[in-house]
Design a protein around this ligand. Sequence first.
Ligand SMILES: [Zn+2]
Length: 248
Amino acid sequence: MADARAGGLGRAVIFLGPPGAGKGTQAKQIAKHYSVPHLSTGDMFRELVAQDTPLGKRAKPIMDRGDLVPDDIVLEMVAERVSRPDTARGFVLDGFPRTLPQAEKLDEILQARSWGQPLVVHFVVDAAQLVRRLTGRRICSVGGEIYNIYDQPPKVEGRCDNDGGQLIHRADDREEVIVERLAAYREQTRPLVDYYRSQGVLVDVDGMQPPAAVTAKVLEILERGQKAHSSPAPSPAAANQMSQRYER
Ligand SMILES: [Zn+2]
């Protein structure tokens, strides 16, 4: 088993960050770099429902109603997914865990598979800047191109540069919706961040840098590998500063 785990990522990595921090894109890139699976809960849910397994049959009506999938189903889904052969060289978890009870259960799942502690990459963002980034987003109704009215505006207002398609401001990207989602995220994940930080397995990454710089930073952290375990946690003052930065 140890040999099978050589190369790749060699461990379970969790990407933790708020909506809009670009965490999904980063997870995809990093997983590709190490040739390991990118396990996003969104993809897992879609697969679960499509597969028509007993678990899928339980999840489908809940998801069809738009309700939150209960923890026991999510945990069973994750446990099954990380037991597949393609995860032998490590994997990147994106969107899970979201709560402290889920994190504790995940530890059990990982232990049962003889993984050590996960490495947690925490994307730290400036809330005000994130709101600006998300509220400025416009999506082409024809080709799906993404613009930002502040940072990457189209040449003609409201029109796609490529195909002239109308640019759409999605309901999800309205400021009040975003502020609410960020507040909910913060509330849910703060205990999670504390939990992993106290174990010394969490590394903060400035999620507001350009995507390529974020990728480089994450690669650097992963290459440091085991050393991350022994890196000192930031001082309480620094940690406090970071969360305040997020709360603005
Ligand atoms: Zn377009």
